[in-house]
Design a protein around this ligand. Structure first.
Ligand SMILES: C[S@@+](CC[C@H](N)C(=O)[O-])C[C@H]1O[C@@H](n2cnc3c(N)ncnc32)[C@H](O)[C@@H]1O
Length: 431
């Protein structure tokens, strides 16, 4: 039998008894049935389950949910949230696994991506826990709102919304605001931000042509409110401050409420420490901080390169303004360049000793990798939120003579399939 389904064959709705194989990137495991691959959610490697097919577009694979567990893994636990079930909320992938097993699954995914796409089958990967438990860590939660104004979270690979009154991944401060207990007619999404500096903010995305009246909320201090036309669109201030304060590195960072900051309360410190440890900065070093956001890594590296210089590159005008503000009092000169990394690197002159890059999920891409290598850095720290694009970029770096010599991975998104990596690349030594 060939690996592909017969044309026109659609298994959607069928229940298949399968033996569950290894984990795959995306929060599911791989099973096989009648010559096809079945990506099964809510299952664990080694289990036997009844898997109901949820999506089948033909071809060599389909998607399914484990609706009944026939033989359970010793790593299986009862999910703490009632919405973490087949057909429920799509936010969590691994609530049915112990925290230790979740980290092992993520380590296997990172190792597999590095082997398959990064041509590095030899690198050991472990996923390190961070302070705090698997619940109560999300400082930023983007709730979806249905046409009737009810708040919830998206179902897996769907625009449908699972009504949710309480997300146990959210911090207490996010939950206490009571956003989910109110109706939000006219809204498409409401993001809640509870910053480590003690600020509360809401970023409301209205439906096309609608006005959103913010309902009364259960907060001792009124949250700031911003209105944002679509994800990534320009946010306008409705009331309160445009930015929140985040604490890290013994400093306060100003961060636009609609801008980027690491979601887990331990993330900023953990990643900054990993970047510093990897790069081993020295006095006089020149440093490139690419995809700099509000300046976290430039802020961590600047005190360690006295007499050196830092160039930070960020495309979002608001975030770049925050970086200028946040890095204004450093002894080392920091210049913040506003623009796409690829464009800016065309015009920034000279070599650099150290580079840190922290691109969005799609990765840096071949052009930027080539531009970085052309600066002949002594070391590159790659902060990656997607192991697949990370692995692809690692292979491109290798083609330019920069080899991945180590990787650390951190469980900064417990219960989900997401994992954050920090890779260290160094110039290949001549044999
Ligand atoms: C993952 S965040 C990292 C931010 C920062 N390093 C931190 O840890 O807080 C990625 C940042 O890159 C910016 N960005 C996305 N694409 C970009 C590009 N092509 N050029 C420059 N910046 C970009 C985003 O606006 C965002 O601030």
């Amino acid at each position: 039998m060939s690996g592909a389904a017969e044309p026109g064959l659609d298994w959607t709705g069928r229940e298949l008894a399968v033996e569950v194989g290894p984990v795959a990137h995306g929060g599911h495991c791989v099973a096989r049935h009648e010559g096809r691959v079945v990506f099964v959610r809510h299952a664990l490697p080694g289990e036997q389950v009844l898997a109901r097919v949820t999506e089948d577009r033909g071809g060599s694979f389909c998607r399914a949910d484990a609706v009944s567990v026939l033989v359970a893994s010793p790593d299986r636990v009862e999910p703490p949230c009632p919405h973490a079930r087949p057909g429920g909320c799509g936010g969590c992938d691994w609530q049915h696994a112990t925290p230790q097993a979740q980290r092992e699954l993520k380590a296997a995914v990172v190792a597999e991506q590095l082997a398959r796409l990064g041509d590095r089958p030899d690198l050991p990967v472990t996923v390190e826990p961070v302070p705090g438990g698997p619940l109560g860590w999300r400082t930023r939660v983007r709730f979806a709102v249905d046409a009737g104004g009810t708040v919830g979270l998206h179902r897996h690979r769907s625009h449908d919304i699972e009504p949710v009154e309480h997300c146990p991944l959210a911090t207490e401060s996010v939950g206490q605001l009571g956003v989910t207990l109110q109706r939000w007619p006219g809204a498409q999404a409401v993001e809640v931000i509870a910053s480590s500096g003690g600020d509360l903010a809401l970023v409301v995305t209205p439906r096309a042509g609608a006005d959103v009246a913010v309902p009364p909320l259960a907060a001792a201090t009124e949250p700031a409110v911003l209105s944002q036309p679509g994800r990534g669109g320009r946010a306008t201030r409705v009331r309160g401050h445009r930015a929140v304060r985040e604490r890290a590195l013994g400093r306060i960072f100003r961060v636009g409420a609609a801008g980027f900051w690491q979601v887990h309360p331990a993330a900023a410190e953990t990643l900054a420490a990993a970047v510093v440890r990897a790069l081993r900065p020295q006095a006089g070093d020149s440093v490139l901080d690419l995809y700099a956001g509000a300046g976290l890594f430039a802020g961590a590296l600047a005190p360690l390169v006295p007499g050196g210089r830092i160039v930070a590159v960020e495309s979002d005008r608001g975030a770049a303004g925050d970086a200028v503000y946040n890095l204004r009092d450093l002894a080392v000169p920091v210049s913040v360049e506003i623009g796409q990394v690829g464009h800016v690197l065309d015009s920034v002159q000279g070599g650099f000793d150290l580079v840190v890059l922290d691109p969005p999920r799609a990765g840096a891409g071949a052009r930027v990798v080539g531009q970085i290598a052309a600066r002949r850095p002594r070391a590159v720290a790659y902060v990656a939120c997607d192991p697949a694009s990370f692995a692809r970029d690692i292979a491109t770096f290798a083609g330019h003579g920069l080899r991945l010599v180590g990787v650390r991975a951190f469980d900064l998104f417990p219960m989900t399939h997401h994992v954050e990596c920090v890779g260290l690349l160094e110039p290949e030594r001549p044999a």
